[in-house]
Design a protein around this ligand. Structure first.
Ligand SMILES: [Zn+2]
Length: 192
């Protein structure tokens, strides 16, 4: 049984295959149940001839640059801005997580909490870096929350025909979301 395809990006602990198919190689570990799992962020490589699997580690990104697409976790939502921590850059982990700010949309109506919430994972683009302060936008198409948590109880918000609804308390929330909202496989590939 194979859980991850050749070339697929996996995270630490993620199952790759069973030992009967491929033996554990570099950056993998055999679990007691016969499952070979990754021990790092990286790309799966099968060697069919040697019947072995390894994981090539992804080089972490050292610096964030203007124009980069980042995945960030929302830490604090203020009136017109949100404070976030950047986790990955263009699908590769960031070596040292960096604090950044989601800047308001030009002529933004209402407050930032109508677009993002604490604990949300958002896709954003770096639009400026001034004196080490990173400014992000979520106001373009294809940007916004990919995973959101309820402001009241911390439950996962699920996309329904009525909008985002908390799976725990049933509260409806407003967010700016990406079209693949809630797609965990996509999210995993972005964490790198
Ligand atoms: Zn809730």
């Amino acid at each position: 049984m194979v859980f991850a395809q050749d070339g697929e990006i996996v995270s630490p602990g993620q199952p790759i295959c069973v030992e009967e198919e491929f033996l554990p190689g570099e950056n993998t570990k055999l679990h007691g149940d016969g499952v070979v799992a990754s021990i790092t962020y990286g790309r799966v490589r099968y060697d069919r001839r040697a019947r072995k699997v390894k994981v090539e580690p992804l080089k972490p990104v050292e610096e964030v640059r203007v124009g980069d697409t980042v995945l960030a976790e929302v830490k604090e939502v203020q009136d017109k801005i949100a404070v976030v921590e950047i986790i990955s850059v263009d699908g590769r982990p960031l070596k040292h997580p960096r604090t950044a700010f989601i800047l308001p949309a030009p002529r933004m109506r209402g407050t930032m909490d109508e677009y993002v919430g604490v604990g949300d994972l958002v896709v954003a683009v770096v639009i400026n870096i001034f004196a080490g302060v990173i400014g992000l936008t979520i106001w373009r198409q294809g940007l916004g929350a990919i995973y959101s948590l309820c402001d009241s109880c911390g439950g996962l918000l699920k996309r329904t025909q009525k909008g985002l609804v908390c799976t725990r308390c049933g509260k409806r929330e407003k967010r700016k979301i990406v079209h693949y909202y809630g797609n965990m496989a996509r999210l995993a590939s972005m964490v790198g």
